[in-house]
Ligand binder design. Structure first.
Ligand SMILES: *Cc1c(COP(=O)(O)O)cnc(C)c1O
Length: 375
């Protein structure tokens, strides 16, 4: 799908904010630690390639994605030398593609390791595929859990002619919470797992944004920096940011239609809103197909530095807002971002629709053009 460029709804991404967040985090790392920018899901909706390039300019030395297509997109965009790690399961039948493009894959299980070995042996490759072994220390998603598996995996890597153990890693389920007991439980599990691997491993990593921000990037010589790189607080509001995160994304549109209605006029599908007074009602060219979920009904967008609530149900491509006065067609409307003295953060939006800031930006669809500032 092509972005709808003949319409004034857009996601505006300030790449200098991305660079700032990366620089500030890099300044907190030890000399042994590196930062990989997590740009999965099209860079959390911000645009993977542009974000990866900006992060690289600011000090990121590699990238994490969630599938092979996302990794290939970066390689095709001339990010040809940096390590790229696919964090999720990739079917072993595609391992040769990863190898050919120097993309590192995650071993999600012992079965994955043996199948991938077979696939690459069949393909009679001379190079070894770079593999990061995932330990499931309590996230319950993917990874090896048992000590007998750690032993077998360690042996397999020692003798394999097709697989190189480039990394050992885990993922914390609660690094963004005030309570640390489960975090500590996972830490102990990881240290135990690590003790089974006496070979030299290039990358040991445990740190998403939250572990980097609030646990000093524990046991990591590379951190996987995602949400915070986009200027969002991974804990929501639970934990205070150790440095000011700069939000990179704004979501803006314009008024495309405006009218004054008398009392008792109805608005939108299901007529869930009725005017109570003489009211100025504006129409915006953005709807749930753009990621402005129907749950945002009632959320206050910002026009001319003043809040204006979304009234009536949000349609697929449009929605309506109530304004205090008439405004010209084309007046800017800020859904997320700054407008005058007011601001809506992705966190405000997330709280309104009862989700996390991650989902707010990831939900923005391909229809919305991405406009980049400070390229
Ligand atoms: C998405 C993801 C990250 C990044 O997490 P943030 O909270 O956005 O920093 C890190 N590691 C893994 C395994 C992930 O899936």
């Amino acid at each position: 799908m092509k972005p709808s460029i003949y319409r004034e709804s857009q996601a505006i991404i300030d790449l200098e904010a991305i660079r700032n967040n990366v620089r500030n985090e890099c300044a907190r790392l030890t000399s042994e630690q590196e930062l990989f920018a997590v740009v999965k899901a099209n860079g959390y909706g911000h645009g993977a390639v542009k974000v990866a390039q900006a992060a690289k300019e600011a000090g990121a030395t590699g990238f994490c994605v969630s599938d092979l297509s996302e990794a290939i997109e970066l390689r095709e965009a001339n990010l040809s030398d940096e390590p790229i790690l696919v964090l999720s399961y990739v079917n072993p039948k595609y391992a040769k593609i990863a190898l050919d493009q120097n993309i590192s894959l995650t071993a999600t299980s012992l079965q994955w390791l043996t199948e991938t070995e077979q696939e690459l042996t069949k393909a009679s490759t001379t190079e070894k595929l770079k593999v990061h072994l995932k330990i499931d220390t309590g996230m319950g998603r993917v990874g090896l859990r048992d000590e007998s598996e750690f032993e077998q995996a360690s042996e397999l890597f020692k003798t394999s002619s097709t697989l190189e153990m480039e990394g050992l890693f885990t993922h914390f389920a609660t690094a963004d919470s005030v309570a640390v007991d489960y975090f500590e439980h996972q830490q102990a599990k990881f240290l135990n797992a690590k003790s089974y691997f006496n070979q030299k491993i290039r990358y040991i990593h445990t740190s998403n944004s939250a572990t980097a921000l609030w646990h000093q990037g524990w046991e990591s010589n590379v951190i996987r920096f995602g949400d915070a790189m986009y200027g969002m607080n991974p804990s929501g509001v639970a934990l205070e940011e150790p440095f000011k995160l700069m939000p990179a994304l704004s979501l803006e549109t314009v008024i495309t239609h405006i009218k004054e209605l008398p009392p008792h006029e109805k608005i939108g599908y299901g007529i869930t809103y009725e005017t109570t007074d003489n009211e100025w009602i504006g129409t915006l060219p953005i709807g749930y197909a753009d990621g402005l979920r129907r749950k945002y009904q009632g959320f206050r967008v910002i026009v001319d530095g003043e809040y204006a609530p979304i009234v009536g149900r949000i349609c697929m491509d449009q929605c309506m807002i109530r304004l205090k006065q008439v405004y010209p067609i084309g007046t800017k409307v800020t859904i997320i971002g700054d407008n005058g003295d007011r601001n809506n953060s992705a966190q405000d939006a997330a709280e309104y629709i009862e989700t996390i800031n991650y989902e707010v930006t990831c939900a923005l669809s391909d229809r919305l053009p991405r406009i980049y500032l400070n390229e």
